[in-house]
Design a protein around this ligand. Structure first.
Ligand code: ATP
Ligand code: MG
Length: 506
């Protein structure tokens, strides 16, 4: 291995009696691309925050360039060349790209007058270092997530980064953008910068990692050269289990149509969308981001009023202009961006779950029956295996993947007739993903009609009986039996999507 840049030894960290990390070691070579993998709640983000000086370990040592660093805090960590790019990217949305990149120079120059020329020059230099080009005067809020990441990486470079840590950087960007990010990572590596990369997408891990450290339940399982691992072995090391999915079978002849969509259109977003959804069906919708699939889903949930078309639920034509209309008709929607749209982060886990069924839990005299409430909260925590000591804990004490389960529970609690899941397992580890897929199939078997929107073709093919492929706002193709096609065939269809161009939709 190359000379070590960072070495952590015997790191232990406890939160209110819960051992998040138990004697964990991690070493990262200079210029090495290292992946850290483990299930939700296994301690990845906690370990990263310890490296960044955000959390203090209870015990253990940290060496940077071979020198022990006692009581590392955020400032020392940055001085040592450690830069962490968190999932929310920590940028200032209403400032320009240049200002965000050169932020630290602006803060450090003690003068009261900011020299804009210098700010732009700094920002330009950082972008050039990684061969990128972004409109420096554009406000960051107007940039795509992928471009925001480039801004965050460039900012890291202005601070002499020697190690850049990316915690789930790829969960919200497209395949093309991931490829692009990997090119940028390769350029960083050429400069001798080390990368610590966290992702639940194991194909990405195999694509870029040189070494992989695996943690499970706060303990290190091992570290391996990536070349010595394959998918099944890595999954086994992460979970202690092997998984095998069976296709979802469904008999269309016997059951009723729950949802009918006819000629749904909205200028610039989607056009002429028509399909039926039966009780017990799991209908997959896939296509590139920008294919109009999320906009269509939002229209079904009253968050994006279409210009034309009809939506019929259980034979009744509906006008859905707000989420309440959709919920009353029995339609639930799990948003793609659930960490910002789905949770009251400071409220308890339990309160977040029952928020959608408060009416039901109110008894006739309009008093909240505490016993029933607690039972409902406990049931859902158990059913979705949410990793927490109690439903009373705040949602922000949960790991990312466990927060997602809370949002899922919240919508499942209303027992919808039609459940639209946009990216149901984004950011969810492989074992829990399997559990969530089982839950979704179970709901469908009991008669719920489900629409599953996902980028992950294997996820779609393993779980859906039928698939619609969208491109440029239209349904490009219907696959009536998902068990009869391969992932490669679907990739080809998506790649060659040549319907009428309706302009960019998100
Ligand atoms: N601030 C906190 N207070 C209490 N418990 C916490 C806190 N931060 C993390 N934990 C707990 O520590 C454990 C590890 O969480 P961590 O966020 O490190 O997991 P992770 O591996 O990053 O998971 P994910 O893949 O879901 O992001 C979890 O049980 C979590 O609930
Ligand atoms: Mg995490």
């Amino acid at each position: 291995m190359a000379e070590l840049f960072l070495e952590l030894k015997n790191i232990t960290k406890t939160f209110q009696g819960v051992k998040a990390l138990d004697n964990v070691d991690l070493s990262i070579g200079r210029g090495e691309i290292h992946c850290l993998v483990g299930e939700n709640g296994s301690g990845k983000s906690t370990l990263i925050k310890i490296i960044g000086g955000v959390h203090k370990p209870d015990s253990g040592t940290i060496l940077i360039n071979g020198i022990e660093s006692k009581n590392i805090n955020s400032i020392e960590s940055i001085r040592a060349g450690i830069q962490i790019i968190y999932q929310d990217l920590s940028l200032f949305p209403n400032m320009t790209a240049a200002e965000n990149i050169a932020m630290n120079q602006m803060l450090e120059s003690n003068s009261r007058v900011i020299n804009w020329q210098t700010v732009r020059a700094e920002a330009k230099k950082a972008l050039e270092e990684i061969g990128e080009d972004i409109d420096l005067d554009e406000k960051v809020e107007n940039l795509s997530i992928a471009r925001k990441q480039i801004v965050a990486i460039s900012r890291a470079l202005t601070q002499n980064a020697r190690l850049i840590i990316m915690d789930e950087a790829t969960s919200a960007i497209t395949k093309d953008e991931v490829d692009h990010l990997f090119e940028v990572i390769a350029r960083l590596q050429k400069k001798g910068i080390s990368i610590l990369f966290v992702s639940h997408k194991l194909n990405e891990v195999f694509e870029i990692a040189e070494r992989v450290t695996i943690i499970r339940d706060g303990k290190k399982v091992g570290d391996y050269p990536a070349a010595e691992l394959d998918n099944d072995r890595l999954v086994f090391l992460m979970t202690g289990q092997n998984f095998k999915a069976e296709p979802y079978t469904f008999n269309a002849a016997e059951v009723d149509t729950v949802l009918s969509v006819r000629n749904l259109s909205k200028a610039g977003q989607f056009s002429d969308i028509s399909f039926d959804l039966k009780k017990g069906e799991i209908l997959g919708i896939t296509g590139l981001i920008g294919s109009g699939r999320t906009e269509t889903a939002l229209a079904l949930f009253g968050l994006n009023t279409p210009d034309a078309g009809e939506i019929t639920v259980k034979g009744r034509a509906l006008r859905i202009t707000k989420p309440r209309d959709a919920i009353d008709a029995g339609i639930a929607y799990l948003p793609e961006d659930r960490l910002t749209e789905g949770l009251f982060i400071e409220q308890s886990i339990g309160n977040n779950i029952i928020i959608t069924i408060l009416d039901e839990l109110l008894n006739k005299t309009k008093v909240l029956v505490k016993g029933r409430q607690d039972r409902a909260k406990n049931d859902w925590v158990k059913k979705l295996a949410i990793k927490t000591p109690s439903h009373l804990a705040p949602a922000n004490s949960l790991s990312g993947g466990n927060q997602q389960r809370v949002v899922l529970a919240k919508w499942l609690a209303i027992n919808p007739a039609v459940f639209i899941l946009d990216g149901p397992t984004i950011g969810i580890d492989i074992g829990s993903k399997h559990n969530i897929h089982e839950i979704i199939r179970g709901l469908a078997r009991e008669g719920m009609a489900i629409i599953m929107i996902s980028d992950e073709i294997p996820e779609i093919l393993d779980n859906c009986n039928r698939v619609l492929i969208m491109a440029k706002g239209r349904i490009l193709k219907e696959i009536p039996d998902a068990s009869k096609v391969s992932a490669e065939e679907v990739f080809d269809l998506i790649g060659g999507g040549g319907a009428a161009d309706l302009g960019a939709a998100g």
